[in-house]
Ligand binder design. Sequence first.
Ligand SMILES: NC(=O)c1ccc[n+]([C@@H]2O[C@H](COP(=O)([O-])OP(=O)(O)OC[C@H]3O[C@@H](n4cnc5c(N)ncnc54)[C@H](O)[C@@H]3O)[C@@H](O)[C@H]2O)c1
Ligand SMILES: O=c1ccn([C@@H]2O[C@H](COP(=O)(O)OP(=O)(O)O[C@H]3O[C@H](CO)[C@H](O)[C@H](O)[C@H]3O)[C@@H](O)[C@H]2O)c(=O)[nH]1
Length: 338
Amino acid sequence: MNILVTGGIGYIGSHVVKQLSENKDLKIVVIDDLINNNFSTVNTLEKLFLKENFEFIKLNLNDFEEVEKIFKKYSFFAIFHFAAYTQVIESMKEPIKYYENNTLNTLNLVKLSLKYKVNKFIFSSTAAVYGNVHKQLIEENEVCNPINVYGKSKLLSEEIIRDSAKANKDFKFIILRYFNVAGASLDNSLGEIHEPETHLIPLVAQTVLGKREKVQIYGDTYPTEDGTCIRDYIHIEDLASAHIQALEYLKEGNDSDIFNCGYGYGFSVKQIIEMMQKVSNVRFNIEVVEKREGEPTVLVANSNKIKNKFAWSPKYNDLELICKTALNWEKKLMSISK
Ligand SMILES: NC(=O)c1ccc[n+]([C@@H]2O[C@H](COP(=O)([O-])OP(=O)(O)OC[C@H]3O[C@@H](n4cnc5c(N)ncnc54)[C@H](O)[C@@H]3O)[C@@H](O)[C@H]2O)c1
Ligand SMILES: O=c1ccn([C@@H]2O[C@H](COP(=O)(O)OP(=O)(O)O[C@H]3O[C@H](CO)[C@H](O)[C@H](O)[C@H]3O)[C@@H](O)[C@H]2O)c(=O)[nH]1
């Protein structure tokens, strides 16, 4: 069974590919343009597979002709579509870049899926599609009102996928709306590599290790207990296993659906910093700076739906473990780069 994974060398895609490697009946074809220069991840993943079960193709999805050749060559059973740009601030400054990569390239993949009858489409969406929801826990049927271009580019992709499924009854999708993904694989073989890094947990880990001078808190006057924003941090291994379950769910003949991926409780920026201080036993400099543009105050998932409909029960919903694995991974990256 051939499976296409776009963005399979990235942070989340690589963990999913690793878990997919446990099923020896699958051939995984990864398309990735290596925008974060994570060549080492290609080697790590290649080692997990028999030669005939894995193929890495360095290609940009905007090369529609080449992408179509790949669809023609393999009759894909399913697609996991991770490839995207993911930086909220950049998306506000360069909207076209985001609509092209995140929306237009998704449209092309859906078009090719319909043409080549690839009927299982698993899409990486984001909690950023919700915008500022004034509820403690966000359900999937909440009205989506994204407040940044990144979130809008993903919501438009969702609509393309949903409308295509409405019009083509064989085409099924699972949209996974990830909350804040964090941590590294427990065996420390894979982790987060972003160029530049913008996510809070790896930035704090890099500060612990002396790679950065200080941690900046983007605003401490939000209407929360300690004034900093709250997010629902999900461990990467649990998020990856949700994808394996999504594929199973479609294989069992279930209908298309949308699922939040989070644990259902949130931590503030200050709580993350405190936990990193605890696990590392290192004090570091902290500076409160301006709020970031396009920043929701609280994003926490109601995760009942995924827990009830998938055979998914999170194993690593432990902030200490998330911070420890993130820190171990940053240590490894630093020792390699020395
Ligand atoms: N990391 C998070 O917290 C988070 C949260 C919500 C949603 N997401 C979504 O999850 C997906 C994966 O995120 P990630 O953190 O692993 O990002 P990442 O940057 O680590 O991985 C994305 C991968 O896609 C590739 N890529 C991007 N555009 C491409 C293109 N046009 N052609 C070929 N390859 C391309 C990159 O080279 C990269 O390897 C994205 O769709 C993102 O929007 C991530
Ligand atoms: O140096 C930093 C970095 C972040 N933050 C704060 O920490 C929180 C988490 O920020 P991240 O940048 O780690 O993550 P975001 O919540 O901005 O965004 C992430 O989660 C979103 C969904 O919740 C989207 O999916 C998006 O792709 C993904 O980057 C935010 O309140 C942010 O303001 C800081 O205070 N200082």
